[in-house]
Ligand binder design. Structure first.
Ligand code: CUA
Length: 197
């Protein structure tokens, strides 16, 4: 069967069928609804992405993250050699992505606000905070700042969700959220429960 043009060469000049007009209108109006929802949500929503960004470079940014890690390191994560850093509540905290890790591991306090800085030391990575599903693209040369207030204690994993090479699937990071300024340990399981039993 050969590919042939339609019999009627002027088919695009025929009037639209009523059903087609209706569906095109619905799709167009729905597109507008979603477009304006995006704007409204940006103003009223509570999970907006960074609207603060600065130019930086990998050396400058890494130096900031390393200075913070040196000052507030509380322990190392297992035998990975990656520092777990407990910065003061309300401070500027730095994390970077590079092939293939998120560095350092942060330990934050529940209910406190932090200015979380994100950047990449090489190329594009995707910061995806699980299980709360917050996603941010992380670019080199840009320092993106997010004001965040953890509302739940626990262990949160960061996965990379932008393909960044052979080790992409192994690129993980972590944020611990602890109750109060305890530091040094993730929120302990409730000890009282064991005593009651
Ligand atoms: Cu980093 Cu994928």
């Amino acid at each position: 069967m050969a590919v042939r043009p339609p019999e009627d060469r002027l088919w695009w000049k025929q009037p639209l069928h009523r059903m087609e007009v209706i569906w095109i209108s619905i799709a167009f109006l729905w597109g507008l609804v979603m477009f304006f929802t995006m704007i409204v949500w940006h103003i009223t929503g509570k999970q907006n992405l960074s609207n603060e960004a600065y130019r930086t470079d990998p050396q400058t940014y890494a130096a900031k993250a390393e200075a913070m890690a040196k000052a507030y390191k509380v322990r190392e994560e297992g035998n990975t050699g990656i520092p777990v850093v407990h910065p003061p509540a309300g401070s500027d905290v730095y994390m970077f992505g590079r092939t293939w890790e998120w560095w350092p591991i942060l330990e934050l306090e529940k209910g406190q606000s932090y200015r979380l800085h994100l950047s990449s030391l090489d190329w594009l990575h995707g910061f995806s905070l699980q299980p709360v599903n917050i996603n941010i693209e992380v670019h080199p040369d840009y320092d993106m700042v997010l004001t965040m207030t953890p509302t739940d204690a626990g262990e949160f994993t960061i996965v990379c969700n932008e393909f960044c090479g052979i080790g992409h699937h192994t690129m993980e990071g972590k944020i611990y959220v602890v109750d109060g300024a305890a530091g040094g340990a993730p929120a302990a399981p409730p000890a009282t429960k064991a005593r009651e039993e």
